[in-house]
Design a protein around this ligand. Structure first.
Ligand code: SF4
Length: 359
C-alpha cells in the first residue's frame, strides 16, 4: 500500500494506530543485517545519527536532547559520556559506518551543538568521502560563520555536500528568539541570511525548525507570520514541531518537562485550520496538501505553501516518546528503527548509550 496522496483523516486522528511497518511506514519493511556478533532486523529506511559530544551553547527550556533521557527517568548529565581521544573516536566511527554500509542509511549529524564541535569538519569530510546518503545536520547555526582553516565552518559544511541544513529558530524576531533559546553568541539575522544564500548557491537546502509554544508561535496566524519572515530570508522549507510528548509514568520531572507540559501548543487546531478533517470542507487557500508521514513515534503532515516569493515546503510534526517503548513492547522480534552513534562511540538502537548497544 502506498502512502495516500489523498488526505487520510484517520492517520491524523490516531497516528500510532495507523502506523504499520510493512504497509504505511515510508520505507516499508525491514532488512536483516549482521552487526558485530549478531543479526538484527532493521527498518529499511533507518537513519544513522552522529550525535555530537559538543555541549550545546543554547538553553532551550524544551531541549529535546535533555528530554530524551528524561523520558526514561535520567538526567542528560547522568548518561552523556564522551570519548576524548580523537584517534579512538574516529576509528570507532569508521567501524560503525562500515557495519551499517550494506543498509546505505541516510546520515544526520545532531547534538549537542555540532556547529561548534571541533570534530565536525573531520566528520563531514569522512561522510563525503564515503558518499553517505542524504547527509543532513541539525544546528542552532551559532558556529557556522566561525573561522575554520582558510574559511569558516560553513565552507567545510558546504564542501561536504550536505543535502539539508536544519536550523533551529523558535521565533522570527531575533530578540524573542534569544529569550527563548538563550544561545551564547547567536547567529545574527544578517548572518542567517548569509548562510541561506551561501547554501542555496551550493545546493544545500536550509530548513528552519520552529517549536510551537503557547504565547509565541501557537496558531495559524503565528505560522503565517513565521513563513513570511522565512521567505524574506530566502528559505523555502520550514517545519513546525509540537513539543514532544512522553510517558508520564516513566519521565523524570524537572524544569524541561514542566516547561514542555505548560507551554506545549497543540498542532491539531493549526492542522484543522489548514485542512479540516471532513473531506467536504475546503482547506486553507494558501496550503496544498502533499502527504502524510507515519513514523514509529512521530507523525508529519506536509504541505506546499504559496509564499510571497515562491512555494515553501511546510511540515507539521508531532512526536510521542512513549510510542518508542510501546512499539518495542508489542513486537515479538525486536526491530531497530534508527541507529545512533553516541559521543562515547557506542553504536546503539536508542538515544541512550546504555540501551540497545549494537557495537
Ligand atoms: S539548540 Fe537544540 S540542543 Fe541546543 S538547547 Fe536548543 S533544543 Fe537543545
Amino acid at each position: 500500500m502506498s502512502p495516500p496522496r489523498v488526505f487520510e483523516p484517520a492517520w491524523r486522528a490516531a497516528p500510532r494506530a495507523a502506523f504499520d511497518l510493512d504497509h504505511t511506514a515510508t520505507g516499508r519493511g525491514t532488512v536483516e543485517l549482521q552487526i558485530g556478533e549478531r543479526r538484527h532486523r532493521i527498518y529499511r529506511n533507518a537513519n544513522f545519527s552522529i550525535y555530537s559530544g559538543q555541549r550545546c551553547n543554547a538553553r532551550c527550556p524544551f531541549c529535546v536532547e535533555e528530554l530524551r533521557p528524561l523520558s526514561r527517568g535520567l538526567e542528560l548529565v547522568q548518561q552523556k559520556r564522551f570519548e576524548p581521544d580523537d584517534t579512538r573516536y574516529f576509528a570507532r566511527l569508521d567501524a560503525a559506518l562500515d557495519a551499517v554500509a550494506p543498509l546505505d542509511p541516510s546520515v544526520s549529524i545532531t547534538g549537542g551543538e555540532p556547529s561548534i564541535d571541533p570534530r565536525l569538519p573531520a566528520i563531514i569530510d569522512r561522510l563525503a568521502r564515503r558518499g553517505a546518503r542524504k547527509r543532513t545536520m541539525t544546528t542552532n547555526a551559532s558556529g557556522l560563520l566561525r573561522p575554520c582553516g582558510a574559511g569558516d565552518v560553513l565552507d567545510r559544511v558546504l564542501a561536504g555536500g550536505l543535502e539539508h541544513l536544519n536550523i533551529s529558530r523558535a521565533h522570527p524576531d531575533f530578540a524573542i528568539n534569544q529569550r527563548i533559546m538563550g544561545t551564547t553568541a547567536p547567529i545574527s539575522d544578517a548572518g542567517l541570511a548569509e548562510v541561506v544564500a551561501r547554501c542555496a548557491a551550493r545546493g544545500t537546502r536550509v530548513r528552519l525548525s520552529c517549536v510551537l509554544l503557547r504565547d509565541r508561535i501557537d496558531d495559524l496566524d503565528g505560522c503565517l507570520a513565521y513563513l513570511e519572515r522565512a521567505a524574506a530570508w530566502g528559505v523555502d522549507n520550514v517545519i513546525f514541531r509540537q513539543l514532544m510528548q512522553y510517558d508520564p509514568a516513566t519521565v523524570q520531572r524537572n524544569v524541561i518537562t514542566r516547561f514542555s507540559d505548560g507551554r506545549r501548543a497543540p498542532m491539531r487546531p493549526i492542522l484543522e485550520a489548514i485542512r479540516p478533517s471532513a473531506r467536504t470542507r475546503a482547506g486553507h487557500p494558501r496550503f496544498d496538501f502533499v502527504r502524510q508521514v507515519l513514523g514509529y513515534y512521530y507523525y508529519v503532515e506536509v504541505y506546499r505553501f504559496a509564499g510571497p516569493a515562491g512555494p515553501i515546503d511546510v511540515c507539521f510534526e508531532g512526536a510521542d516518546l512513549a510510542d518508542i517503548e510501546a512499539d518495542a513492547r508489542r513486537r515479538e522480534t525486536p526491530v531497530i528503527h534508527e541507529l545512533i552513534f553516541h559521543p562515547n562511540t557506542a553504536l546503539c538502537s536508542t538515544w541512550q548509550p546504555w540501551d540497545g548497544i549494537l557495537l
